[in-house]
Design a protein around this ligand. Structure first.
Ligand code: ADP
Ligand code: MG
Length: 526
C-alpha cells in the first residue's frame, strides 16, 4: 500500500475498494519501466546467430530449450501488467511476421530505458511520446531507403531463410540445405495472389537426425491404420473424409437393456452388428479406398473395413482432416446417409510408414490443391521442437519477403542506417522533442550493440566502426562468422531480413513503449 493511501486511512470517503492498490506519478512510471526493461533484458542474450539458448522449466517439470524470443516470453510466467505488454510486443511480432521477436522486445525495453532517463531530466511524457512517434516515422523511412531493389530469386530467398535460422538449433543439418527446402515449399504454393501459407505444413518426427528432413508433396497424418489387416499402401486412391463416429449410438444401447430372454439378447446383438456392418458397407460400397474419420470407430467396423480392403484411420485431428480434404478434393461428410461418390477426393498414393514406435500416413499427389509438408526429423524431442520453430521462422520470412515488401540488409546494418537517418533529420526539430528523438536513435543502437556483445566483440568499438564504415560505404553490418565477428556488407554475405520484420518491430516496440511511458497511475484490484 502506498504512502498516500496510508495517510488517507480513516477518511470517510472511499471511492475505491479498500483492498485496491494504487501507485502514482513517478513511482508508477518507474515501476512499470523497470518491469518492462527486465523482461526485455531476459531475452537480450539470445539475439543473433551467436545468441545463447534458454532452458525453460514449467511447474510440471516440462522442459523447453529455445532461442526464440516469443517462445521464451510466452513460457515465462509474467504477471506484472507493464511487463506483460512487452510479452504482447513479441506476440504481435510473431503473429504479424513470424520473426524478429527478440529484436522487437529488446527495442521496446531500450525505448523504455531511454524514456526513464528523459523523465529524470524532467521531459514530460507527452513530449517523449511525440518524439518517439516522430522518430518511428523516420525509422520507417530509413527502412524503405535500405530495402534492396534486387529481384527476389530463389538464391536471395534462401539467404533470407538461412539468416532467420542461423543460431537456432537445427541439429546436424546445415541451415543452407534447410533453406533450400523451405524456398522450394514456398515456391510450390505460390500464385499471383501471393503465398498460400496455409498450404504448407511442418511436421517433425524424432528418430533420425535432422539431416533426414525432406519435402513431401502432400499431407502427413499422425494416425495409425485401425486394423493390422488393412493395406499399408494404396495407389490411385479414392479418399473419404468423415466427420463422425462409427459406433452404435448410445441411445440405442440404453433402449436395448430392456431384455428378458436369450432370444431377445441375440436379436439385440445382431441388430447392433447389422448397424456396424451397415457403416462399413456404405463406405466400401461408395468405392472408398482410404477413409479418414475424425471420431471414434468401433473395432467391428474396422474389421469389416479391413475385409473390404479399405485403409481407415480414426481420431484424425481436425486440422489434419481439413488439410486432407483440401489436398484431395474430398468433401467432409458429417453423416453416411447421403454419402456418394461425389464426396470422394483423390490422391496418387496413400502409404503408411513406421518411424520407431510411430506410424505416419503420407497422402501424396492430392488431386485438388497443391499442398506440401516439410517433414523434419530431429534426434530427440527437443531437437525436433527447436527445428520446427526454426523452420516456421524460415517459412514466415520467405513469405514476408515475397508478400510484404522485400528484404533489407541484416546483421545490424538496417539499424545502423535507421539511427543515422534519425540523427541527420533531428537537427531540424525544435525544442525538447529533439531530445526524445535522439534518445530513440540511441535506443535503436542497442540492437547492433547486442549483436556485437553476443559475438564477443567490444560493443563500443564495434559501434564506432559500424558507423564509420556506414558513412564511407553506405552499408555496414556485424558479420558473425565462426568464433568472431567482422564489420562488412551483409548483402555480400547473404545476411538478409524481410523489411516487414523491421517495420513491425519499430511499430510494435514504439507503441508499447509510448503506452507504458504515458501511464502515471496504476490502480489494481486485489
Ligand atoms: P529475432 O528474434 O529478433 O529474429 P534472432 O536471434 O533471430 O532474433 O536474430 C536476428 C538478427 O540476427 C537479425 O538482425 C539478423 O540480421 C541477424 N543475423 C542473422 N545471421 C547473422 C550473421 N551471420 N551475422 C550477423 N548477424 C546475423
Ligand atoms: Mg529470428
Amino acid at each position: 500500500m502506498s504512502q498516500q493511501m496510508r495517510q488517507r486511512r480513516g477518511q470517510p470517503l472511499f471511492i475505491l475498494n479498500e483492498d485496491t492498490e494504487r501507485t502514482r506519478g513517478k513511482d508508477a512510471q518507474s515501476s512499470n519501466i523497470t518491469a518492462g526493461k527486465a523482461v526485455a533484458e531476459s531475452v537480450r542474450t539470445t539475439l543473433g546467430p551467436r545468441g545463447m539458448d534458454k532452458m525453460l522449466v514449467s511447474d510440471s517439470g516440462d522442459v523447453v530449450i529455445t532461442n526464440d524470443g516469443a517462445t521464451i516470453l510466452q513460457k515465462m510466467d509474467i504477471e506484472h501488467p507493464a511487463a506483460q505488454m512487452i510479452v504482447e510486443v513479441a506476440e504481435t511480432q510473431e503473429e504479424e511476421v513470424g520473426d524478429g521477436t527478440t529484436t522487437a522486445s529488446v527495442l521496446a525495453g531500450q525505448l523504455l530505458a531511454q524514456a526513464e532517463d528523459l523523465v529524470e531530466d524532467d521531459i514530460h511524457p507527452t513530449t517523449i511520446v511525440e518524439g518517439y512517434r516522430e522518430a518511428a516515422r523516420l525509422a520507417l523511412e530509413a527502412i524503405d531507403e535500405v530495402t534492396l531493389t534486387d529481384e527476389l530469386d530463389d538464391e536471395l530467398l534462401a539467404a533470407v531463410a538461412e539468416t532467420s535460422m542461423t543460431g537456432k538449433g537445427t541439429g546436424d543439418i546445415d541451415a543452407a540445405a534447410l533453406a533450400e527446402t523451405i524456398v522450394a515449399a514456398v515456391q510450390q504454393v505460390r500464385s499471383d495472389d501471393g503465398v498460400d501459407r496455409d498450404a504448407i505444413t511442418i511436421r517433425t518426427q524424432r528418430g533420425a537426425g535432422a539431416s533426414a528432413t525432406e519435402l513431401v508433396q502432400g499431407v502427413i497424418s499422425e494416425e495409425e491404420p485401425l486394423n493390422d489387416d488393412m493395406p499399408t499402401r494404396v495407389d490411385d486412391a479414392s479418399v473419404a473424409v468423415l466427420d463422425l463416429d462409427l459406433e452404435v449410438r448410445e441411445a440405442e444401447i440404453d433402449a436395448e437393456y430392456d431384455i428378458t430372454n436369450v432370444d431377445q439378447l441375440n436379436a439385440a446383438i445382431e441388430a447392433e452388428e447389422a448397424e456396424l456392418r451397415g457403416y462399413a458397407e456404405s463406405i466400401a460400397g461408395a468405392d472408398v479406398d482410404v477413409a479418414f474419420v475424425t471420431g471414434d470407430v468401433d473395432d467391428l467396423v474396422a474389421s469389416y473395413l479391413a475385409k473390404e480392403g479399405v485403409l481407415a484411420f480414426d481420431s484424425v485431428d481436425d486440422d489434419e482432416a481439413s488439410s486432407i480434404a483440401r489436398a484431395t478434393g474430398a468433401r467432409t461428410v458429417g453423416t453416411l446417409n447421403d454419402f456418394e461418390a461425389d464426396d470422394l477426393g483423390h490422391a496418387e498414393v496413400v502409404r503408411v510408414e513406421s518411424f520407431g514406435d510411430d506410424d505416419l500416413a503420407f497422402i501424396e499427389g492430392g488431386a485438388a490443391a497443391e499442398t506440401v509438408t516439410v517433414f523434419a526429423r530431429g534426434g530427440t524431442e527437443h531437437v525436433a521442437d527447436e527445428l520446427e520453430r526454426a523452420l516456421e521462422d524460415a517459412l514466415d520470412v520467405v513469405t514476408a519477403a515475397l508478400d510484404a515488401g522485400g528484404v533489407v540488409p541484416g546483421a545490424g546494418a538496417t539499424e545502423v542506417a535507421i539511427s543515422d537517418h534519425i540523427r541527420t533529420s533531428v537537427a531540424s526539430v525544435q525544442g525538447r522533442k529533439q531530445l526524445a528523438i535522439e534518445a530513440y536513435a540511441d535506443a535503436i543502437d542497442v540492437l547492433p550493440r547486442t549483436l556485437a556483445e553476443n559475438t564477443g566483440m567490444d560493443p563500443i568499438d564495434a559501434l564506432v566502426e559500424l558507423r564509420s564504415v556506414h558513412d564511407a560505404e553506405g552499408r555496414a553490418g556485424l558479420i558473425s562468422q565462426g568464433q568472431s565477428g567482422d564489420v562488412g556488407d551483409p548483402v555480400e554475405y547473404g545476411i538478409l531480413d524481410p523489411a516487414a520484420v523491421k517495420r513491425e518491430a519499430v511499430e510494435s516496440a514504439t507503441e508499447a513503449a509510448t503506452m507504458i511511458a504515458r501511464i502515471d497511475d496504476v490502480i489494481s484490484a486485489e
